[in-house]
Design a protein. Structure first.
Length: 286
């Protein structure tokens, strides 16, 4: 990707104004980041969904700052010309502001993220303001906030009553006023997402929230159907069947080894004559 430059926070705001959709995808390691960049994604998110899709946890709650750092470092090595946002994981931005700044510093300085994403509304606005004032671009995340899954009681659509919808709009406005440069809207109705989007100057990036957002985000492993056995989520479109492709490729390899079809002579390196004479007392030809 010679010559390509990462989008900037101000470019993203202009994309909203111009009605130009923003495409974001998650990535968790060097190869996935490289592919997401080559594919032209505007933003790469190192999501704490890595807890589910690459570490095998049931929720994002067990994901640690060290986990996020490890993966963010790999992603920023793979995508050198793309704007990379890292999730701040569970409970790393709710303690003292010093602890929050220390955690943010590690993701920015060691992970080399360009921005951080935090889940929550008005209750974290002051934190968003402090991080923003320290020079860190902050992305908000409202609606279904998976780090609160045990409080919410499942992965279900949010903002269905007018009271909840009003609260979500107030939260979005509070985040914008605190300096957030964009807000993820996860699993809210299409109508509410469109309404909130119309009330904000900063772009919204939707997941399971309809076409009325300024951009979209999907989890890498979902859109590529890595886990071909998992039930398809309603809001996901399958763009490739990588799980089937990978399993098929590995199964073929295993079969070839067992049937001695791999490796072939062309996959091996032949010794020269001098070595051959020294092997097996020179009596055996390989
Ligand atoms: N692989 C993966 N994809 C994600 O999008 C994702 C994660 N993991 N982990 C963190 C959060 C959790 N998310 C989730 C998890 C489950 C549903 C889900 O089961 N959705 C149902 C609809 C629920 C309803 O109707 O209320 C679906 O069928 O889509 C949605 C978002 C989104 N994030
Ligand atoms: C689903 C997106 C928005 C996310 O937060 C993640 O991948 O962790
Ligand atoms: Mg996340």
């Amino acid at each position: 990707m010679e010559g390509k430059k990462p989008v900037t926070v101000s470019k993203l705001r202009k994309m909203k104004q111009d009605g130009q959709p923003i495409a974001m995808v998650t990535a968790y390691d060097y190869p996935s980041a490289k592919l997401a960049e080559e594919a032209g994604s505007d933003i790469i998110l190192v999501g704490d969904s890595l807890g589910n899709v690459v570490l095998g946890y049931d929720t994002t709650v067990p994901v640690t700052l060290d986990d996020m750092l490890h993966h963010t470092k790999a992603v920023t090595r793979g995508a050198k010309a793309t704007f990379v946002v890292a999730d701040m994981p569970f409970l790393t931005y709710h303690g003292s502001i010093d602890a929050t700044l220390g955690n943010a510093a590690r993701l920015m300085q060691e992970g080399l993220a360009h921005a951080l994403k935090l889940e929550g509304g008005a209750e974290i606005a002051q934190t968003v303001r402090t991080l923003t004032q320290a020079g860190i671009p902050v992305m908000g995340h409202l609606g279904l906030t998976p780090q609160s899954v045990h409080q919410i009681g499942g992965y279900k659509i949010q903002g269905k009553t007018s009271e909840q919808a009003q609260k979500l709009l107030q939260d979005a406005l509070a985040l914008e006023q605190a300096g957030a440069f964009a807000i993820v809207l996860e699993l809210i109705t299409a109508e509410l997402a469109e309404w909130i989007t119309s009330q904000l100057a900063v772009p919204t990036i939707g997941i399971g929230s309809g076409a009325g957002c300024d951009g979209q985000v999907l989890v890498y492993h979902d859109l590529l159907r890595y886990d071909s056995g998992a039930p398809a989520k309603k809001f996901v479109q399958t763009y490739a069947n990588i799980g089937d492709t990978i399993r098929g490729g590995i199964a073929q390899y295993v079969q070839d080894v067992k049937e001695r079809k791999f490796p072939l002579p062309k996959h091996a390196f032949a010794a020269d004559g001098e070595l051959l004479t020294s092997l097996y007392g020179g009596g055996v030809k390989i």
